[in-house]
Design a protein around this ligand. Sequence first.
Ligand code: GLY
Length: 400
Amino acid sequence: MKTIFLYIVSIAVLVSCTHKSKVEESNETLKAVVKNALNNSEKQYLLMAEKYIAKKDSLPRSYESGKDISSDSRWWCSGFFPGSLWYLYENSKNPEILKYAKLYTDRVEREKYTTDNHDVGFMLYCSFGNGLRLTGDEHYKEVLLTGAKSLATRYRPNVGLIRSWDWNKDKWQYPVIIDNIMNLELMLWAANNSGDSTFKEIAISHANKTMEHHFRPDYSSYHVVSYDTITGLPHLKQTHQGYSDESSWSRGQAWGLYGYTYLYRETRDSKYLEQAKNIANFIIHHPRMPKDYIPYWDFDAPDIPDTSRDASAACIIASALVELSDFVDADLSKEYMVVVDKQIRTLASPEYTANPGENGCFILKNSAGGYPFKSEVDVPLTYADYYYLEALMRLKKKFK
Ligand code: GLY
C-alpha cells in the first residue's frame, strides 16, 4: 500500500515538474521572441528614420499600394513614430536611435498649442512623455504642461468631459469618443507635475462619466457619445469607425481596456480595476475573437471570418493586458498572459511582421484605420507599431 502511495506521489511530482518546465520553457521562448522582435524592429525603424530625415516636418503615417503615406504633426498619429523610437532607445540605448527620437519628437512640438481636438494627449504623451521619462529633459516637461493646458480648454464643467471633435456640429452637440480615454494620462501627469489639481479633477470626471455612459451592460462600448450641452446627458450614442451604432468596434474596445488599466495604475481606485477586468473579459471571451487573439476590425462585422483583422487593436490589447496582469490574482493574470503570448507570437510571425526594408519600413502589417470608409484597410499604421513596441518592452521588464 505504502509503495503504491509513494509511486502515485512520485508520478504527481513528476507531472507537476514537467508542467512547470513547460511553462518556463514557453516563457523562455517568448522571451527570445520579444528580444528578436525588438532587434528587428530597430533595424526597420532606422531605415524609416533615415527615409524621412530630409522631408522637413514630415512623419510616417502608413504605406499603401507601394507608396509612403506621410503626415505633418497635425495628424492625430504624429506622436507615435517618435514614441516608438523612444521605446527602441530604451531597449538598446543605441545613440543613433536617440538622435532620431529627439529629432522626430521635435517635429511634433507645435501641437502643444492644439486646442481644436482632443488628440493632443496621443501626440504629446507618446513622444514628449516617453522622451521626458528617458532623458529628464526639462524642455519636454514644459511642452507637456503647455499641451495639457491646451487640452484642458476642451473641458466644459457642466458636461464633465473633454470634447473630442468639433466637426459634424449639426448632428453632435458635444461628441466624446471612447478613444478620448487615452488622453487622460497626460492630464494625470500634468496634475502630478504642476501642483494644479484641476488636471486630475478633469481626468477623473471624464473617466467616471465615460464609465457611466459609454458602456453597455456587457462592458462593450459605443464609439461616439454626444452629450446635450445643457443637461450634460447623452443625446446620441453612435459609431464613426465601427460597423454600426450597436456594434463593438475592436479598437474602441482596446482603447477602453487600456484606459481603465492605466487609470487604476495612476489612482488605485478599485472601480477602474473592475472596469478594466470586465472589458478584458468581454474582449477575451468574445465568440468572434479568433484563436490567435488578433481581432477582426469590428466584433460584429457581418462578413467574419472573411474580413480584415486589426493588428493595431491587438497591440493595444496586448500592451494593456501585460500591465493589467500585474494588478489581478494569479489565475486571471495567467489567463491574460496566455492571450498576450498568442498575440505576440502571431504578431512577430511573418503573417504580421514585415520583411526588412519592405512594408514601407513599418514593423507590422494588417491594421484597419477607417474600415467603413475604405480608408487605411490592411495596411501598416504607426499606432500598431507603437503599442506593439510598448507591449514588447513591458514583457521584457516582466521577464527580468
Ligand atoms: N483615435 C482614432 C482611431 O483609433 O482610429
